[in-house]
Design a protein around this ligand. Structure first.
Ligand code: HEC
Ligand code: HEC
Ligand code: HEC
Ligand code: HEC
Ligand code: HEC
Length: 341
């Protein structure tokens, strides 16, 4: 919606929303230039998943299994980035990165969100054009804006060409709509306009939204203070509840191969057991178990080997609680829980 609107307003195309099959052609300065006058925003962004979207090991590991053009066009949308990544795809799939001055290291860079037609888009009215031409773009403060990338359908490579289908891949915007709360993506992920955009790789942030409780012989898992399913985003992410070292329950997507309504091939979501905000899930703990644990996994466990990944890249332990006494894993300082790792 928003992207269509931007497309109508601007001579220059905004995002290739319908698919990210072509790069974004922009007169795009490097984040280094913006950093000279906006050092705080640049510092936050430098530590964000957005800057690392082409270079982080979890992405490169996924890309090594599916080295498709479209992955690179969405994870690094500028023409200069695609020109640098696509010819180097074999090296990237082995985790070999270009020199640090390459635009590949800027991932989702400032210009992707802020520059169109040589004009900087501002989230607020009344910005002064002292550093550069600037135009108010109210869309920047909407969830729909984030949804231009955080909501998309899948694709398959058919005879060497990218073929889009109508099978949902990431649905964070729809999940946010179904949640129906007042906060936008920005209110939770960009407090005080911070460009750090904390997410699933920030263990404390995830702990702030996932609670584990033990009551007698029951473990209760609840997502709270979150505006979408947990986990959302990449289809391989999932949580596992354990009794000692025995898996009790998996919260995630189950995938299978299939076709869409027009017969186009792709990945089909066969089952969805991800947590729904504020809907507790109660699981019986088998007799004799000493602890229950909750772990967060960033990848599928079935694809092996994964030479690019460390164990910490693959999973973190969110909570580990003793059975036999009432205990709670949450974020208050008084908590009786012992977060693992
Ligand atoms: C030479 C210094 C300079 C450079 C380089 C620069 N800016 Fe700015 N920018 C400014 C100034 C000055 C303002 C106006 C602030 C105001 O109105 O108080 C501004 C305003 C903005 C705003 C509007 C927000 C606000 O506070 O009004 C955004 C967004 C922005 N710049 C982004 C960028 C981006 C992205 C880049 C790199 C493509 C960039 N700027 C490069 C100096 C600069
Ligand atoms: C993923 C998209 C995205 C990227 C990448 C991005 N921004 Fe922003 N930026 C936003 C959004 C959204 C806002 C408005 C946030 C809010 O206040 O709700 C914003 C706000 C700003 C503001 C105004 C904030 C204020 O203090 O009032 C500045 C300045 C800015 N960005 C500069 C930058 C610079 C410099 C970079 C790169 C180092 C950058 N942005 C990268 C989306 C982005
Ligand atoms: C141009 C596309 C694009 C836009 C626009 C965009 N994102 Fe992202 N975002 C990405 C990509 C790609 C990643 C994955 C980075 C990686 O590989 O880890 C990401 C990662 C994230 C993460 C970290 C997820 C995690 O735990 O790994 C959060 C949180 C996030 N984005 C929030 C936002 C918010 C909020 C907005 C709107 C202000 C936004 N994004 C706009 C493309 C985008
Ligand atoms: C009410 C607050 C809230 C809102 C609104 C919200 N998020 Fe989140 N988001 C969180 C929290 C907390 C987490 C960490 C828990 C988790 O792992 O899901 C998170 C995690 C994520 C992740 C990492 C994947 C994951 O689940 O670990 C992405 C990507 C993301 N959010 C994107 C978005 C986008 C895009 C929107 C808007 C469409 C949005 N979020 C709206 C609070 C929020
Ligand atoms: C339309 C945009 C888009 C396309 C196309 C796309 N991605 Fe992503 N990808 C995202 C967004 C947005 C996220 C952030 C959500 C999250 O971190 O869970 C993401 C996250 C990921 C992650 C998780 C990264 C992390 O830090 O944990 C992996 C792995 C990944 N993508 C691999 C791929 C691969 C491989 C392809 C091609 C087959 C691909 N993506 C195509 C938008 C896209």
């Amino acid at each position: 919606m928003t992207a269509l609107l931007l497309g109508v307003l601007l001579a220059q195309p905004s995002f290739e929303v319908a698919g990210f099959t072509r790069p974004l052609v922009l007169d795009a300065p490097s984040a280094k230039q913006c950093a000279e006058c906006h050092p705080d925003r640049a510092r936050e962004w430098s530590a964000s998943a957005h800057r690392e979207s082409l270079t982080n090991r979890v992405f490169l590991d996924g890309f090594s299994t599916e080295p498709h053009l479209r992955c690179l066009v969405c994870h690094g949308p500028l023409e200069a980035q695609v020109k640098a990544t696509w010819p180097a795809r074999e090296a990237l799939a082995k985790g070999q990165l270009p020199a640090l001055d390459s635009p590949v290291h800027e991932g989702i860079t400032c210009a992707v969100c802020h520059v169109r037609d040589g004009v900087v888009l501002s989230p607020r009215a009344g910005s002064l054009p002292y550093g550069h031409p600037v135009r108010h773009e109210p869309a920047l403060r909407t969830s729909e804006f984030c949804g231009t990338c955080h909501e998309f359908d899948g694709h398959a490579v058919v005879d060497g060409a990218t073929q889009l289908n109508a099978l949902p891949m990431q649905t964070t915007l729809s999940e946010w709509r179904a949640w129906g709360g007042a906060q936008t993506c920005q209110s939770c992920h960009m407090p005080a306009s911070s460009h750090r955009v904390r997410g699933g790789h920030d263990v404390d942030f995830v702990r702030s939204a996932v609670r584990l409780e033990v009551r007698g012989a029951e473990a209760i898992v609840t997502a709270h203070d979150v505006g979408h399913r947990v986990p959302t985003g990449d289809v391989f992410r999932h949580l596992v509840l354990w009794a000692d070292d025995e898996p009790l329950m998996r919260f995630g997507l189950e995938l299978t191969r299939g076709v869409d309504a027009r017969g186009r091939p792709g990945v089909l979501i066969a089952n969805d057991t991800r947590l729904i905000p504020d809907v507790p899930v109660t699981v019986r703990i088998p007799p004799g178990a000493k602890r229950v644990r909750l772990t967060y996994h960033f990848t599928s466990v079935s694809i092996r080997p994964r030479p690019l990944l460390t164990r910490e890249d693959e999973l973190v332990e969110l909570w580990s609680l003793p059975v036999g006494q009432r205990s709670t894993g949450r974020t208050e300082k008084t908590s009786t829980s012992t977060p693992g790792e």
